[in-house]
Design a protein. Structure first.
Length: 639
């Protein structure tokens, strides 16, 4: 998440002072580029591994601060207390760099697993944890460091507290939340490539173009809160959760802070930084370093703290980065932020090898990308693959349309191989990692498709909560096996080897696909709705979605029986029959609290209400589904 020694901008005087340093940093960067300060030829790659901590029930475990106390400095915090990040030292982009990268990540994850097990928890690497709940995204779970509080406050000041998330895929998700903590659902595998200033424009445009096919083959985040959404749901979620625009401003064409960009890069990295300063308000600040031009006069490379801090609050999917090498010389990097974490370390490194090979070799075949394809097509391709993944059709050079799998197999994999050979990467590394990409396409199974196929297989056997636990459990088992995702068997009920429903919250197992009626509706309508949908209870709500009553099949049977016995029809509506002010429960309550209320009051249905709005119901059927899953696990364990 960048520099931790930052704070919220609390006054215009502070804002103006920081802005002066920001503008000076841009001038200093321009001077250093034009005067040959930058490291050339010594190209390195690097990576950042984001990780989800989970408890023994496969739910988020907010223990990052405890865990980090026992880990080396490679590990650091993320926005939420259930996420951590491992920073991998840069490697020269040559030789057995990918084997070294894989081994180093596994070494760090091994250290994390040892500490996690001592704390009674574990972890998974995945784009979006299937078991994450809206409840986990409360501010109680924000990492208790000033940077994160300042970031949340800055976003609230620009946008307001209410964040509305609308994502439509196979299912549809519409949810409101009171902070930008929704972003904490996302975990990624960020890859860095050092680029010389002279090549930066060409390399950056290549990175933009190849984002779509690389994302398609690497996608691993199809679900959020039990809903099947985009092939890479992180893309939509990240943009909406950190969007600082307000609705009335959208017609003004204000750019979102999470952005792919709007045009090809023309002149230098400075164009990107200048555009971001023009478009986006300063959100965070820090104490300035010594005057940057005084440092330059002394021959000392400045850190450009103001520029790097502002850059860390603009979330380009291909982010330009400035840094200082161990030699003391400055360098430029392109940070690929589009890749999700997982499904395995092997898959992640294969994704990195594919991207880096293309970055190295593409310019030899197509030195001037903007002359071959309109930027809008590149952006459309990126959105298409984020939504459809390996099933996407792309608009390619000369207006040609081509399936993304065909493009990767016939054109991009050979270019990636040439690019890695150009960097003198060892043949065994090239063969190992690029073959994984090829086999993934042949098998038509990346992380996203494994989840969706597993879901389709098991959807009728279990509810949403059990499904999320099963997917996470199976994911963890497969990750520990080390097999790449295209060789994974689909998730199976036997993967639910530890299922403990006692910690389940109401929001995890309640029914949300509701059939409701209004108080002025006819009893005959309610009876037909219940018959058609095979349900025994129907909530009654008003036009604002507020619960005003509850009808049961027993009440209706009694009403129609009386009508029959009296041989006359009474003109009654739902409001005359419904249970007024029914007993309710909150979504944050536990399964045992729900059971206690239903048993104590001898009721078969419990509406779930938050902020006076009906959001779900619980019936005996919900408990029966959980019991069935639990019995299957117990029966398997008994054998």
């Amino acid at each position: 998440m960048g520099d931790l020694n930052v704070r919220h901008v609390s006054s215009h005087a502070q804002l103006n002072d920081f802005t002066k340093h920001l503008l000076k940093d841009v001038e200093a960067l321009d001077f250093m580029i034009n005067n040959g300060w930058f490291e050339n030829g010594n190209i390195h790659l690097g990576a950042e591994q984001e990780i989800c901590l989970i408890d023994k029930h496969f739910k988020p475990a907010p223990l990052a601060m405890d865990v980090l106390d026992h880990l080396p400095d490679n590990f650091t915090t993320e926005l939420a207390k259930f996420n951590v990040e491992a920073n991998i030292e840069p490697f020269p982009f040559s030789g057995d760099c990918f084997s070294k990268l894989e081994n180093r990540i596994n070494e760090l994850l091994g250290q994390l697993r040892q500490v996690a097990h001592e704390k009674g928890i574990d972890f998974v690497i995945t784009g979006i944890l299937p078991t994450i709940r809206k409840f986990d995204l409360e501010l109680d779970n924000i990492t208790p460091l000033e940077r994160y509080y300042a970031l949340i406050k800055a976003i609230e000041n620009l946008r307001g507290k209410i964040h509305e998330l609308r994502i439509k895929g196979m299912d549809e998700l519409n949810v409101k939340h009171d902070s930008a903590m929704l972003e904490a659902c996302n975990t990624s595998f960020q890859v860095h490539l050092q680029v010389s200033p002279d090549e930066f424009v060409q390399k950056y445009n290549i990175a933009q173009l190849i984002t779509a096919p690389v994302l398609a083959v690497a996608s691993n985040s199809p679900m959020l809160f039990g809903k099947r959404l985009w092939s890479e749901t992180r893309i939509a979620l990240f943009q909406q959760s950190l969007d600082t625009r307000i609705t009335s401003e959208h017609l003004r064409d204000r750019s979102p802070r999470v952005t792919f960009g709007n045009s090809w890069l023309k002149n230098s990295i400075l164009d990107l930084y200048k555009e971001d300063i023009v478009r986006f308000r300063v959100m965070l600040m820090s104490d300035p370093e010594q005057d940057v031009f005084e440092l330059i006069e002394q021959g000392i490379t400045p850190k450009l703290r103001a520029l790097t801090i502002h850059n860390s609050t603009v979330y380009r999917w291909n982010r330009p980065c400035y840094g200082i090498s161990p030699s003391g010389k400055p360098h430029l990097r392109i940070e690929n932020r589009v890749l999700p974490a997982g499904p395995t370390v092997l898959d992640e490194v294969a994704n990195a090898a594919f991207w880096l090979g293309l970055m190295s070799g593409f310019g030899d075949h197509y030195p001037n990308v903007p002359s071959l394809i309109d930027f809008d097509y590149a952006k459309s391709n990126y959105i298409s693959t984020a939504f459809s993944g390996l099933h996407s059709e792309l608009k390619w050079f000369n207006g040609k349309k081509i399936g993304v799998c065909e493009l990767i197999r016939k054109e991009l994999l050979p270019i990636a191989r040439e690019g890695l050979e150009k960097r003198k990467v060892e043949k065994k590394d090239i063969d190992k990692y690029l073959s994984i990409i090829e086999e993934r396409i042949d098998a038509e199974q990346n992380g996203t498709l494994w989840v969706l196929k597993s879901h389709a297989k098991l959807n009728k056997q279990m509810g949403k909560e059990e499904m999320s636990v099963l997917l996470t459990s199976s994911m963890l088992k497969n990750q520990k096996s080390g097999l790449p995702v295209h060789k994974w068997q689909l998730a199976d009920i036997n993967d639910l080897y530890e299922y403990h429903p006692h910690g389940i919250l109401v929001e995890e197992f309640m029914t949300t696909d509701l059939f409701t009626v209004y108080k002025d509706d006819l009893p005959e309508l309610v009876s037909d709705v219940m018959d058609w949908q095979r349900i025994r209870f129907t909530p009654v709500e008003d036009e604002k979605g507020q619960l005003v009553g509850l009808l049961s099949s027993r009440i209706l049977m009694r009403f129609f029986s009386q009508q029959y016995k009296l041989d006359r029809r009474e003109d009654k509506t739902v409001k005359d029959l419904m249970i007024k002010n029914p007993i309710t429960i909150s979504p944050e309550s536990t399964i045992f609290e729900a059971m206690s209320i239903m048993e104590g009051n001898k009721i078969g249905c419990l509406p779930v209400v938050k902020n006076d709005k009906l959001i779900g119901i619980i019936t005996e059927g919900n408990f029966l589904g959980i019991t069935a899953s639990l019995l299957k696990v117990l029966n398997k364990n008994a054998k």
